[in-house]
Design a protein around this ligand. Structure first.
Ligand SMILES: [Cu+2]
Length: 179
């Protein structure tokens, strides 16, 4: 009778041990899972818990853009022989975001010729400069697209492009990548 009781006690001890190991195993899985969930969240020093997830998407915006635009001339270009003017702009591409306030400081470096900065609709700009003069053009880039600007005196060479693009949206996490 005593022997049977001892065997039962042994069995229940073994059962208890198995239960403890099982519970410990479950706890380990749960803890590891929770850690990996925490790790899956973006690590961002500026991102506090109170900011909603959409705050990870930011729009890069610098609403004011200033350009210095110069007249240029290609040395050695024989205008009579080639039948084209030697005049161009530098730079000849102005890339801006829609909604930007644009300032163009336009310098006529030519000692003899007039030059213009001209854009048609919808911007309708025409800045005409005497030799060695400069002017400032200000406008809001409220129309998306690529718009040709040109000098009314020196076609077809003296021309460029104003590119007005939709403001790019970038992942905030990407802006933290070291350059
Ligand atoms: Cu010109």
């Amino acid at each position: 009778m005593i022997e049977i009781m001892q065997i039962r006690m042994k069995r229940s001890k073994i059962g208890l041990c198995v239960l403890i190991v099982f519970v410990a195993f479950i706890l380990m899985i749960v803890t590891t899972g929770a850690t990996s969930v925490l790790r899956a969240q973006p690590t961002n020093s500026t991102n506090t818990g109170s900011i909603p997830p959409t705050a990870n998407q930011v729009t890069t915006r610098s609403n004011d853009k200033t350009f210095y635009l110069f007249t240029a001339e290609h040395d050695g270009l024989n205008e009579t022989k080639l039948g084209i003017p030697a005049d161009t702009y530098s730079p000849d591409v102005l890339l801006v975001n829609k909604g930007d306030n644009i300032t163009v400081h336009f310098y006529n470096l030519d000692t003899t010729d007039r030059h213009t900065f001209t854009i048609g609709a919808p911007y309708n700009i025409n800045e005409d400069l005497l030799p060695l003069h400069n002017g400032t053009i200000e406008f809001k880039a409220n129309q998306e697209g690529i718009f040709r600007f040109y000098c009314t005196y020196h076609q077809p060479t003296m021309a460029g492009q104003l590119a007005v693009q939709e403001p790019p949206t970038v992942e905030k996490i990407n802006s933290n990548v070291p350059k």
